[in-house]
Design a protein around this ligand. Structure first.
Ligand code: SF4
Length: 381
């Protein structure tokens, strides 16, 4: 089985069909400028720390590397690209000035990891790993997006759970701190290691996703990110991309499906409006029946009448008290209305039990509004 990365698992959980299109069918994904921007910054920061001896690159070297390795894909136009390029440069200058004073060689930079969860291969990269005085490690993940983080978010972050698993299981290192480094504000957000329970949740997700992939479960799942870059392959959006020929209804070749949808939609809207109106009128009629003490009202062609429905009701505990000593409760099992009425019809049921059941019975009355046409012989002469 192909190794699973965190982004593959996250994509599967978001939408299994999109996962299939990207990871199984290998359709080309649309370039997004924010991925290019993030990747350019990540590469420059890896360059900054990935030195063999304790001699940091100069700021000029760092910016030159950034410029030479700038990823230009996905920007809407040159202006936008230039603005982001300059913004990235500013972020790197601030990062350099902040961290050059305590420059040191990290334990690992852009560290690739591979490990297995129940024989399922898992892979990925960690931006930076720091060895702390306690001999435990800190995992640092750079974030180039705008949004700042709540510490609670870090506590639930499944990517951090996976990185922690990787450190512990692939490298046998204990994790002391998990950090998301917000590049735009130069702010590290840190928490302690994720709990064992969270690691277990991640492990379960990995196993569940791997099993579903092996069973080829690739159903589309709609979400906020829809439509993704493959609407023409998705049952929810594909119709918009079908030709007129493909849309044709075999049994009704002259009918356009959009027309059917339009009519159906109009009808449903009307139904809803009529339903609201019906409820309003019913309320007026019920009130009228009650206020005037009448049971039927006729207009020119229609008559509306009130139907009173009586229903016997029993209290569960009281019925049980009557039936249990007679060993009859089992026939009713809790208060099942149908079974109780069958018991009442039983010719062998003693008169006394019948009487006692009758004495605990309450009769509930409900009224219903019915409609009919006025017949000629019913009209007022
Ligand atoms: S449009 Fe939405 S539901 Fe359809 S494949 Fe893309 S992500 Fe999945």
């Amino acid at each position: 089985m192909r190794a699973l990365s965190h982004s593959a698992i996250a994509m599967y959980l978001d939408c299994p069909l999109r996962y299939k299109l990207v990871y199984v069918d290998r359709l080309e994904t649309e370039e997004k400028f924010y991925f290019s921007f993030g990747s350019s910054l990540h590469k420059a920061l890896a360059f900054f720390y990935d030195v063999k001896v304790l001699h940091p690159p100069s700021l000029e070297d760092l910016l030159k590397f950034y410029e030479d390795n700038w990823e230009k894909e996905g920007y809407e136009n040159e202006k936008q690209e230039k603005e982001y390029f300059e913004y990235g440069k500013q972020i790197l200058i601030e990062f350099y000035n902040k961290h050059i004073k305590d420059y040191h060689l990290p334990f690992a930079v852009e560290r690739r990891f591979n490990f297995k969860v129940d024989e399922i291969p898992v892979t990925g990269y960690i931006d930076r790993v720091e060895k702390l005085p306690s001999e435990r490690v800190e995992i640092v993940d750079y974030k180039s997006g705008k949004a700042l983080f709540e510490l609670d978010q870090l506590r639930k972050d499944s990517q951090l759970s996976m990185y922690q698993m990787a450190m512990e299981e692939a490298f046998g290192l204990e994790v002391e701190r998990l950090t998301l480094y917000h590049l735009r504000s130069q702010t590290p957000f840190s928490i302690g290691p994720h709990s064992r329970e969270q690691i277990e949740v991640m492990r379960r997700h990995i196993v569940e996703v791997a099993e579903a992939i092996q069973k080829q479960e690739f159903k589309p799942k709609r979400g906020n990110y829809c439509p993704c870059e493959f609407p023409q392959f998705c049952p929810y959006y594909r119709h918009q991309y079908m030709t007129e020929e493909e849309k044709k209804i075999k049994a009704f070749p002259d009918m356009k499906i959009e027309q059917v949808v339009e009519e159906y939609g109009e009808l449903k809207t009307k139904y809803k409006e009529l339903d609201v109106k019906e409820k309003e009128l019913k309320e007026i009629l019920c009130k009228y029946f009650e206020d005037k003490g009448v049971r039927e009202i006729c207009s020119g062609n229609h008559r509306i009448y009130q139907l009173i429905i009586k229903k016997d009701e029993y209290d569960d505990d009281k019925v049980r008290k009557v039936l249990e000593p007679e060993r009859l409760w089992e026939r009713v099992i809790s208060l099942n209305g149908k079974m109780l009425s069958e018991l009442l019809k039983d010719p062998h049921l003693s008169v006394d039990v019948k009487k006692r059941l009758d004495s605990i019975k309450t009769v509930k009355e409900t009224s219903q509004i019915r409609h009919g046409r006025v017949k000629d012989n019913e009209r007022k002469i």
